[in-house]
Design a binder for this molecule. Structure first.
Ligand SMILES: *Cc1c(COP(=O)(O)O)cnc(C)c1O
Length: 385
């Protein structure tokens, strides 16, 4: 089976060395020496002199901490085309998600739909998602938010290490939040990073430390701190990040070459203007009418594990269908039913990429063959080749 996820964490000998200060100081959590070194290194790598990194227990806790630090309550606009964590963090912070449709080309919050929504409903913040970690310029969303006087927060869970046009990744909105989960490119097991201006870092650190500041509890908070062990793995993973991203980019290039006949016919669509993302996965949009679930099942039977990320759409889930308005989200519906994600690992040999592409192509051919009778019920399947 070609697995969808194959985490490449740094081997223990690489990160054990980074743990020494924790043992020397008998200090294993609560902003210990390894944590602070990790925070400094991340700030140097991604802060560009204007933002600092706050390592957190996971991206979901990081997002909640940012909302708490900004004291956001009431309605918060989020896409429905995202992982459940985005909206769960909004609920955890004591706010209510208000779902907005996404753009059919960028697959991310649509500035026009957002403009319309904010003009008809009041909201206190907007959380956008860098879908699949793709790295686009968020300036258009920033201007919509600025016009309505609400902060933009960016769920960049899968985008750490990426770059793109316009506002640099990590620097859009008031804060960007990244995940270090085992399924992401910068994988340490469980962890996250908030990248924000220094003045926001203080309330974010308070929010992940039970609301403590200067010995007093001054606001609501959670325990969202990162341990010294996780920080040590993070320091070792940081040393290898650029190499991992380069390997993943080469994997995606080869997939696109192998799958070019399908791409040229428009039967699958690759991400438009993706920037230089870390490529956690290669998301592909199937032509309307292609049964994504049947395709996924066929691939699994053939030995290729695909995933349908962001499916089902959050506004269709049992919990979240009770939130927000009875507003149609047609683009979200279409994307959710037709998005399929290919496995991308940092260590995929060309032969494995070719094998995955061949299995995918065969399954796609079979899926088309199977669907033919639905469209032309009078024809027999013998004609459908
Ligand atoms: C992975 C992911 C998260 C959750 O990250 P954790 O570190 O596991 O909390 C949140 N949002 C998106 C878009 C993700 O892909």
């Amino acid at each position: 089976m070609i697995r969808f996820i194959k985490p490449d964490l740094p081997p223990p000998e690489r990160w054990l060395a980074y743990l020494r200060p924790a043992y020397q100081n008998h200090w294993f959590s609560n902003f210990g020496p390894v944590y602070e070194l990790f925070a400094r290194r991340l700030s140097e790598c991604f802060g560009m002199g204007s933002r600092v990194a706050v390592p957190v227990a996971n991206a979901t806790a990081g997002l909640e901490a940012v909302l708490r630090a900004l004291e956001i309550r009431g309605r918060v606009v989020v896409p429905s085309f995202t992982f459940a964590a985005t909206a769960q963090a909004v609920l955890a912070a004591g706010a209510t998600p208000l779902f907005c449709d996404v753009d059919p080309v960028s697959w991310e919050l649509c500035p026009t739909a957002l403009e319309e929504l904010l003009s008809s409903r009041s909201a206190n913040a907007v959380v956008t998602v860098r879908a699949f970690g793709l790295c686009r310029d968020l300036a258009p969303l920033e201007s919509v938010c600025a016009r309505h006087g609400v902060p933009l927060i960016v769920d960049s869970a899968a985008a750490l290490g990426g770059s793109g046009p316009g506002i640099p990744v990590g620097h859009a909105g008031v804060a960007e939040i990244f995940s270090l989960h085992a399924t992401k490119v910068f994988a340490i097991g469980e962890g996250g990073i908030v990248l924000c201006p220094p003045q926001l870092a203080t309330p974010v650190r308070r929010a992940i430390n039970f609301g403590f500041q200067d010995g007093d509890v001054i606001a609501r908070g959670v325990n969202g701190k990162l341990s010294e062990f996780a920080a040590a793995i993070g320091l070792a993973a940081l040393d290898e990040l650029q190499r991992h991203i380069a390997a993943r980019r080469a994997t995606v290039d080869r997939y696109l070459q192998q799958l070019s006949p399908w791409l040229e016919k428009g039967i699958i669509t690759a991400p438009h203007a993706p920037g230089e993302p870390p490529w956690q996965t290669l998301p592909l949009l199937l032509a309307p009418g292609t049964d994504a679930e049947a395709l996924r099942r066929r691939c699994i039977r053939a030995g290729l594990e695909l995933r349908r990320y962001y499916h089902p759409a959050l506004h269709r889930t049992r919990l979240f269908r009770h939130y927000g308005l009875k507003r149609a989200l047609p683009v979200t519906e279409r994307l959710c039913s037709s998005m399929i994600c290919m496995p991308v690992h940092a260590t995929m040999k060309p032969s494995l990429i070719d094998a995955a592409s061949a299995l995918f192509s065969q399954a796609l051919t079979d899926t088309f063959r199977a669907r033919e009778p639905i469209y032309e019920p009078t024809r027999t399947s013998a004609h459908c080749t």
